[in-house]
Design a binder for this molecule. Sequence first.
Ligand SMILES: NC(=O)c1ccc[n+]([C@@H]2O[C@H](COP(=O)([O-])OP(=O)(O)OC[C@H]3O[C@@H](n4cnc5c(N)ncnc54)[C@H](O)[C@@H]3O)[C@@H](O)[C@H]2O)c1
Length: 411
Amino acid sequence: MNALTATNRNFRHAARILGLDTKLENSLLIPFREIKVECTIPKDDGTLVSYVGFRIQHDNARGPMKGGIRYHPEVDPDEVNALAQLMTWKTAVADIPYGGAKGGIGCNPMDLTVSELERLTRVFTQKIHDLIGTQRDVPAPDMGTNAQTMAWILDEYSKFHGHSPAVVTGKPIDLGGSLGREAATGLGVVYGTEALLAEYGKSVSDMTFVIQGFGNVGSWAAKNIFDRGGKVIAVSDITGAIKNSNGIDIRALMKHKEGGGTLKDFQGGDAMDPNDLLVHQCDVLIPCALGGVLNKDNAGDVKAKYIIEAANHPTDPEADEILSKKGVVILPDIYANAGGVTVSYFEWVQNIQGFMWDEDQVNRELNKYMTKAFGDIKAMCKTHNCSLRMGAFTLGVNRVARATLLRGWEA
Ligand SMILES: NC(=O)c1ccc[n+]([C@@H]2O[C@H](COP(=O)([O-])OP(=O)(O)OC[C@H]3O[C@@H](n4cnc5c(N)ncnc54)[C@H](O)[C@@H]3O)[C@@H](O)[C@H]2O)c1
């Protein structure tokens, strides 16, 4: 089942639980606007090359649309549609005043030089500048894009609309980026985990953790777990996996990777088969890499008692069912990885205020939002006697439905 089918299914299920009117349900599902533009640039050697850029703006009932821009050769419109929709529910779950969007360019950024990437980003911005904006749609980095990409969008957009730092988030700090943004998704994952474990009278320091993916989200989640005394007993990335039943020294591993080392040549753990990682004995499993990694083939063998969905869509619906029957508690992606967009919201707020917060304030506010959202999800679970995933979906969908009804429709 692809990401769009799975997201639609969760949405339909939530709409039924909430008893939404069918017309409202269909209207919430259809994207507000789909933009597709041709982006032609001269390469450094003078030849012309064309790419297709797009932006799916899913919903803006609760505020400007928000979501990443990815540069990837196989940008799949269905997946981007699903991710735009997920952003709508995610921003509503976090209770930040945004809707949802997602976009990208079908290119391989590895095949382009820095100056070609800059030209491509500027052309794309020229084509969509009147459809994005501080109060319309606020892009952020995603796969294949980064703070520099946001800086080029900011600069190009500002040529048309005047200096507008709040038009993008995930910017370099020198251009109005927020302190704490880089670590925010991983830290938010840990705040969410703490809120979940507290329900069971447990804390991070009592638990063993297995983490798939050691990039931005995985490494910051691992570091914050390590700093709280939690034992990370196995981690993996694209190059391989390592384990250490006494706990991996995550700070040492981060230093090792920053120095150009790989997981495999790290001395603080033994190599293991990456295929065994997801079914390794542990208390908490945190997938931080790809979608669909937990499926009907491996779900039955998962030993973890808790799964924290730091990646988007790591658990497919068949696995969801198998794991739930086994009593595994799953903290769903639309809540678990909302720390990133929440600190993006703080960045936007700081830009609009023209005022910079210190990192402690950013992290304190992030903790407040994650803890409150968890409480709101639990309340929905209690009202509707449902899983955390459905608690999160009903919470998000209900907030967007209420805003839509209050605003009304054009005659
Ligand atoms: N970065 C954010 O703010 C953010 C926010 C919300 C959701 N997410 C989601 O979190 C996930 C990770 O994002 P990220 O920003 O950390 O990406 P990243 O590119 O920084 O890191 C991805 C990591 O996954 C590893 N990986 C790739 N394929 C793997 C495989 N087959 N087995 C094991 N590891 C593998 C990579 O080596 C890398 O360590 C994605 O699903 C993303 O959509 C990220």
